[in-house]
Design a binder for this molecule. Structure first.
Ligand SMILES: [Mg+2]
Length: 193
């Protein structure tokens, strides 16, 4: 049985889209750009703010709204139909301070199939735990040695996993190029043996 490793944010959910519309635009009504203009991640330069200001806003959103984030319905439907044919684990890069919320959210919505939550702490000035164990998803996957497939929206994670011989799917988002629409990723997944 193949093991699929799922990114959480912007794959199992639409975090960036929700944050942008439900927090950023409300607090910055004069913002000159739309979600589709967020062609770099992190997008602080596009938003014309410091990286700290952007991360602070995103972390605040996670703290207050993570539990209200809806799972991506398309993915949930795929799990309902095909989930049990594979083993699954989640691998996310989040600040240590909000990792518990991500874990709770994941198990609540996808726990029937994804029974393992893993995270690589995103660097934050207030948290030095990112210095322990794995620093990147690549480090984690190398240690794990069990991943057959990685689904992620970050092209750096995808490239490094490819180099380790893992089958990868880059989910198309405004900040990456060469990605595949989620619908297509889910369709292709069912053909992988
Ligand atoms: Mg992601």
């Amino acid at each position: 049985m193949l093991t699929i490793v799922w990114d959480i944010d912007d794959v199992l959910n639409n975090l960036m889209h929700e944050w942008f519309h439900k927090k950023w635009l409300l607090e910055h009504p004069n913002c000159h750009c739309g979600y589709k203009d967020l062609t770099i991640n992190p997008p602080h330069e596009i938003l014309k703010v410091t990286k700290e200001e952007y991360l602070c806003s995103l972390d605040e959103f996670r703290m207050s709204e993570m539990m209200n984030l809806q799972p991506n319905q398309e993915v949930l439907s795929w799990f309902e139909e095909h989930g049990k044919k594979y083993r699954h684990l989640a691998l996310t890069a989040v600040p240590g301070s909000t990792a518990d919320l991500s874990a709770f959210w994941l198990i609540r919505h996808f726990g029937k199939w994804i029974r393992s939550f893993n995270f690589v702490p995103s660097e934050r000035a207030s948290d030095c735990s990112s210095l322990y164990y794995d620093r990147t998803k690549y480090d984690f996957l190398k240690w794990l040695e069990k991943a057959d497939i990685l689904i992620d929206d970050n092209s750096i994670n995808i490239k490094s996993a490819q180099e380790s011989g893992i089958t990868t799917y880059l989910v198309s988002r405004p900040w990456n190029s060469g990605g595949v629409a989620l619908t297509e990723v889910l369709r292709e997944l069912t053909t992988v043996k």
